[in-house]
Design a protein around this ligand. Structure first.
Ligand SMILES: Cc1ncc(COP(=O)(O)O)c(C=O)c1O
Length: 386
């Protein structure tokens, strides 16, 4: 236990990549230097190696590196033929990119509410299905997977495709299966804060379907077929599909390759911090995260709830401790998205309730025990006086 919390004058950040950088500096600079010296900045050996590495980690047959998680979602939906006149089902308590990617295809979004675990409530999905529905996008929010058995059986019954948004769920397991290996396509983000973070933007697509793989491979680079090496050279300037430009560059791929060595230790560290929060956060009215039995949670985010959230955040800031909120505004309540969604969305009770009370505690692997203790003690103290 800490003797005097006032001694710690240093700011506790919600997230800080510089500590990781200090530890991995030599390895990172060596690999970046290797890329610079190789003469290849895009579509080289580092990307090939990473695509293999990540597929192995994820138990998926095929994998494609792309520029971001947002691009991965867009490419996945386009590969499944989603466009104007179609509907896609997802949740409203997610990061904006989940919904922005759907809207960018020309499709509309139908939201379903979440359960107490903050994940898509499978009981509600059937009400959102109609003849225009093409795809369900379950979001493995905070680091645990949705109820994939339920979602898979609904998709089978109604002939719908599944694009798993694994941006926050890299490495998570559902009944021992990796997030992103159960639906038609898995989409990942390597934004620096993520479980596997690059030092810039990055994203990834996984699938077990060869045809989808080939199509997504073309879509990431202007619809050009770069897989068939026997084609004449001029075909590298010929689009088969209308695609986008979304490259995972060699520098990011090389950093991701070296960080793959540590991914399981990063996840274990997050899980041990979560365990400490579970054991020691004791304030009245604090709602702790629900971890479903079939899940291996990777704790990208540790989101707790309290009816006096704003006050807690303010008081914690005065102690130099920065917390965060994921997310203060459900997507259906944002001005930008009202016109792209169906109905009044006045049925998203749990989504709106959670948005008012959740807040996130720091949980990155390089945060130290002293800081975790300080966060716990301060919250317990503040909450006991509210
Ligand atoms: C749930 C979710 N989906 C999609 C994305 C998009 O990923 P990126 O930031 O790499 O575009 C993110 C990350 O912000 C996310 O948290």
């Amino acid at each position: 236990m800490l003797k005097d919390l006032k001694v710690n004058k240093k700011m506790i950040k919600y997230w800080d990549y510089l500590r990781e950088y200090k530890k991995l500096k030599r390895e990172i600079l060596n690999s970046v230097n290797k890329v610079f010296k190789s003469g290849t900045l895009f579509f080289g050996q580092e990307l090939i190696k990473f695509e293999k590495n990540f597929c192995k980690f994820n138990n998926s047959k095929y994998g494609i590196g792309v520029g971001s998680g947002t691009d991965a979602l867009f490419i996945a939906l386009k590969a499944l033929g989603v466009g104007i006149g179609d509907e896609v089902i997802t949740v409203s308590n997610t990061a904006i990119p989940t919904v922005a990617s759907i809207i960018n295809t020309g499709a509309k979004v139908r939201f379903v509410d979440i359960g107490k675990d903050s994940l898509m409530d499978i009981i509600k999905i059937k009400d959102a299905i109609n003849s225009k529905t093409k795809v369900i996008v379950p979001v493995h929010l905070f680091g645990q997977t949705c109820d994939m058995s339920g979602i898979l059986s609904i998709s089978k019954k109604y002939n719908l495709k599944i694009v798993e948004d694994c941006a926050q769920g890299c490495g998570a397991l559902y009944k021992n299966q990796k997030a992103g290996s159960m639906g038609d396509i898995g989409c990942y983000s390597f934004y620096p804060t993520k479980i596997l973070g690059a030092y810039g933007d990055g994203g990834f697509l996984t699938t077990n379907n060869k045809k989808l793989y080939e199509k997504m491979h073309r879509l990431r680079f202007f619809g050009i077929d770069t897989l068939n090496k026997n084609k004449k050279w001029s075909n590298k300037y010929y689009s088969i599909d209308h695609g986008i430009n979304s490259r995972l560059d060699e520098i990011q791929a090389s950093i991701l390759n070296l960080k793959m060595k540590y991914i399981n230790s990063f996840i274990n560290k997050r899980r041990s911090i979560a365990q400490k929060y579970f054991m020691e956060l004791k304030g009245p009215d604090i709602e702790m995260p629900i971890v479903n039995k079939k899940n291996f949670h990777v704790f990208h985010i540790f989101a707790v709830g309290h009816p006096r959230r704003e006050l807690i955040l303010k008081k914690m800031r005065s102690k130099n401790i920065n917390l965060n909120i994921h997310y203060p505004y459900p997507i259906h309540m944002m001005k930008a998205y009202k016109k792209f969604t169906y109905g009044k969305c006045n049925y998203l009770f749990e989504t709106e309730k959670k948005a008012k009370m959740i807040f996130s505690l720091p949980i990155y692997p390089s945060i130290n025990n002293y800081e975790i203790e300080s966060i716990i003690q301060n919250i317990n103290k503040i909450v006991s006086k509210i």
